[in-house]
Design a protein around this ligand. Sequence first.
Ligand code: SF4
Ligand code: SF4
Length: 261
Amino acid sequence: MTTSLVYTGDVDWHTIHNEVFLYEGNCWTTCNGGFCCSNNHPDFKFQLMPTEGTTILYMEDEYEYLCQDGQVGETSLDWPEPQTMSLDYGGIRPLMIYHTPCHLLGLCEGKIDKPLLCKLYPFLPIFFADGRLETLAPASIFELTFEILASQTPCTVMSKAVAYLERWRYHPDQLAPLRHPYIMLYLQAVKHFAEIYREKLLTNKKLAGKTGKDFWSAWELQYLGGRLVDHGEWKTRVAESCRELTDRYGEFLAPKESIPQ
Ligand code: SF4
Ligand code: SF4
């Protein structure tokens, strides 16, 4: 495989949002009616994180594309204005995501365009800088936590990780529109987050020895309190990935004001 795997023009959001990357027909019938959309789990009794719904995330440019050329939820009592989170790792512009609760419980067709995250669930492909598929990361914090703790996830598709990894390695064309440095950097950031989170989770004294409901109640406090991520280390690793991609492909993260409208 060569660098020709990677596309460096504008991100083709139109193709991405018309593409079916992962289809598992009726898999929602196997997991309590769609765990990924509902966060419905007998041990989840959160105080702040959504249940009977979940949180959806969009990359900054993805959200802006969908606002202009796609469908995002219209702001209402049920659909609050998305908030932003940004990771300023010292690059030309921070990595920013938009996030909002989604209570559509799988019935989003015709109402909003699913974010890429939902189109890939439960796997996020992570690419080496040259475009080869490195690995798959779990697509939600819950799947990641189940995996680290070797706990049973309600998601039956998770057991197909090896099959998807092989399929996407043999057929790189199936993920072609995602091989753009802008998206690859976000995906690298997911990988770095997952690695740091794994270390923090396994060494967190407040969670040690806890299981079931006790674990998840304590976990919510630790997670939302920022105790399961080392942001300094995360920024360092993302900066390194950004450097690697920039060295190879040139500047791909133009400052917002210099992007032609
Ligand atoms: S992707 Fe997993 S959690 Fe989501 S509906 Fe399918 S089996 Fe359920
Ligand atoms: S956008 Fe659709 S697929 Fe994604 S969480 Fe909401 S209902 Fe589920």
